[in-house]
Design a protein around this ligand. Structure first.
Ligand SMILES: [Zn+2]
Length: 153
């Protein structure tokens, strides 16, 4: 694979790597539409995050092929399958909660579609036009179910 640089900070491989795909031997290569989203929407969005935080970003999950997404039990409508979402941490900046709060405050300049504080990571998505700017906190129930409440709790 041609591991090209997408802008100043990220390589394509950072948005494609999936532990689940490796472990289960699942292909995680995006089709042309998702690839275009990664290059023209997700990577530029993550560059705005990187510029705001001024700290290295560790992408823990970017693009997920439908099969990878099924394997981890995520909703089939997940923006990860479109190449529009990334889960990440930035330990040098601070906790995922601190990151989510900062991104929420700076929402208009980051122009995210959805921002979710997921406890041990931050989920963020971007769209080509008309981002919703929605902010949520994920609540993980003991039975494994996830519910979402508005704002950063
Ligand atoms: Zn996510």
């Amino acid at each position: 694979m041609d591991d090209k640089l997408l802008g100043q900070y990220f390589r394509l491989s950072e948005f494609l790597r999936s532990d689940t795909a490796i472990r289960k031997g699942i292909d995680n290569m995006p089709g042309p539409d998702a690839m275009r989203n990664i290059e023209t929407v997700l990577a530029p969005g993550m560059a705005r995050v990187r510029n705001l935080l001024q700290c290295p970003i560790l992408v823990t999950s970017g693009y997920r092929s439908p099969e990878v997404n099924r394997a981890i039990g995520s909703a089939s409508t997940s923006q990860h399958t479109l190449g529009l979402a990334a889960d990440f941490t930035s330990p040098d900046y601070g906790t995922p909660r601190k990151i989510a709060q900062r991104l929420m405050e700076m929402g208009p300049s980051i122009r995210f579609d959805q921002l979710i504080w997921e406890g041990t990571w931050v989920h963020i998505s971007f769209v080509a036009a008309a981002p919703r700017g929605q902010v949520l906190t994920a609540n993980f129930a003991r039975d494994g179910r996830v519910t979402y409440s508005p704002g950063i709790a």
